[in-house]
Structure formats: structure tokens, C-alpha cells
Design a protein around this ligand. Structure first.
Ligand SMILES: CC(C)(COP(=O)(O)OP(=O)(O)OC[C@H]1O[C@@H](n2cnc3c(N)ncnc32)[C@H](O)[C@@H]1OP(=O)(O)O)[C@@H](O)C(=O)NCCC(=O)NCCS
Length: 182
């Protein structure tokens, strides 16, 4: 769903994604094992067509908001990753958040933390969302830290729900959440 907004924090702008963002750079992110090891997109061979099809589906859906994370570089804004508020339930007002910074050179600079804060705030204030949930492979320390810095709290664990890409053994998925009242 298009929201036609720009969410700004310093040099970071989170904006609606478009089909023009679906290029070889985006494909290269999803093929990078350092980026895709914790993403379910890795199970499907990705190319510009698969990405366009995904993005088109998100834009046309009525309960998903997919955004591009961009950062100011000279006079331009460079697309470096995506963030999504998805699966918004119209009756109970819960949703899920997911994201990646595709350009590895921007990891560890606090960008995901800021994008999570911006998009969560948007969902609470503009979309009427009450609860946002994030779930992730327990080995994914970077996402856990980013969520905690963005005010999400630990809720629990789904035991042995996935096969870890690190150990190749059954592994836990952690669940974090944030409420509009927090
Ligand atoms: C998870 C991800 C989005 C985090 O993005 P980011 O912009 O680097 O996150 P931030 O810089 O805001 O915060 C990450 C924190 O984790 C820390 N960190 C990263 N890797 C770590 C590791 N292996 N062990 C401990 N801490 C780690 C960073 O230093 C930073 O903490 P700090 O601010 O205290 O130094 C990014 O690593 C990514 O895109 N990973 C691949 C895709 C993915 O896993 N997406 C999430 C699926 S749930």
C-alpha cells in the first residue's frame, strides 16, 4: 500500500518503495550471504523480476506498507535497504515489522534502529496500529540490538521453530514487541 509519506531522521529518509527501486543493486543485496542468511528470501533465486513482483504485490495489498530506507549522499538519497509494516489486522490492530540494510557498508551505524523507530511511530500514529511484533533467529544479535535500541521488548521464544543458518540445527526464534502505549 502506498502511504505517500517521507519519514525523516537526520540524513535518513524512509519513503514509499517503487518499482523503479527494483534493480541489480537490490538483487545483489538479496544474493549476499551476509545479508540474506537470516532472510527467508534466500530460499528463492532472486532477480529483478522476482523483486518487482514482490514489490508490486506489496504496493497493491491493503495491509502491508513497504518502504525504502535511504541515506543522504552528497545531494542525493541512496537506497540502502527496506523496511515493512505488514500483516496489519484491521480488527485487532496488530502487525509485524521486518527490514534489512542491504548495503553492508552501512551496517552498525544505527540506521536500522532509526528506521524501526520512524516506521513504528508512523504505524502507531497514522495507521492506528496498537501492537507491532518482530520475530527473528536467536543468532541474529544485530537485529535484537536494533530492536532493543528502538524500544522493543522481549516477549518470549518459539522453541526450535527454524533451522539455524549458523549451526544447521533446530533453533529458537525470539519474539519482541512494542505497543502504541509504550
Ligand atoms: C539486522 C540489521 C537490519 C541491523 O542493521 P544496522 O543498521 O546495522 O543496525 P544498528 O546499527 O541500528 O544496530 C545494530 C547493533 O548490533 C550490533 N551488532 C551487529 N552485529 C553484532 C554481533 N554479531 N554481535 C553483537 N552485536 C552486533 C551493532 O554494533 C549495533 O549495536 P551498537 O549500536 O550498540 O553498536 C542488519 O544487520 C541487516 O540488514 N542484517 C541482514 C538482514 C537481517 O538480518 N534483517 C533482520 C531480519 S529479522
Amino acid at each position: 500500500m502506498l502511504s505517500n509519506v517521507k519519514l525523516v531522521d537526520g540524513d535518513i529518509v524512509v519513503r514509499d518503495i517503487s518499482l523503479d527501486d527494483c534493480n541489480q543493486t537490490y538483487v545483489s543485496w538479496l544474493k549476499n550471504t551476509n545479508v540474506n542468511q537470516f532472510l527467508e528470501t534466500r530460499w528463492v533465486e532472486q532477480d529483478v523480476d522476482t523483486i518487482k513482483s514482490f514489490v508490486k504485490g506489496q504496493i497493491e495489498s491493503n495491509n502491508n506498507y513497504l518502504f525504502a530506507i535511504t541515506i543522504k549522499c552528497s545531494d542525493q538519497y541512496k537506497h540502502i535497504g527496506n523496511i515493512k509494516i505488514g500483516g496489519i489486522n484491521p480488527h485487532h490492530h496488530y502487525s509485524e515489522i521486518s527490514y534489512f540494510i542491504g548495503d553492508e557498508s552501512y551496517h552498525g551505524k544505527g540506521i536500522a534502529t532509526k528506521a524501526i523507530e520512524l516506521v513504528s511511530d508512523f504505524a502507531f500514529k497514522k495507521l492506528g496500529v496498537h501492537r507491532i511484533q518482530a520475530s527473528f533467529y536467536e543468532e541474529n544479535i544485530a537485529t535484537q540490538k536494533a530492536l532493543e535500541k528502538a524500544g522493543y521488548v522481549y516477549e518470549g521464544v518459539w522453541h526450535e521453530r527454524c533451522i539455524s543458518p549458523i549451526t544447521n540445527k533446530y533453533s529458537n526464534v525470539k519474539v519482541y514487541y512494542k505497543l502504541s502505549s509504550m
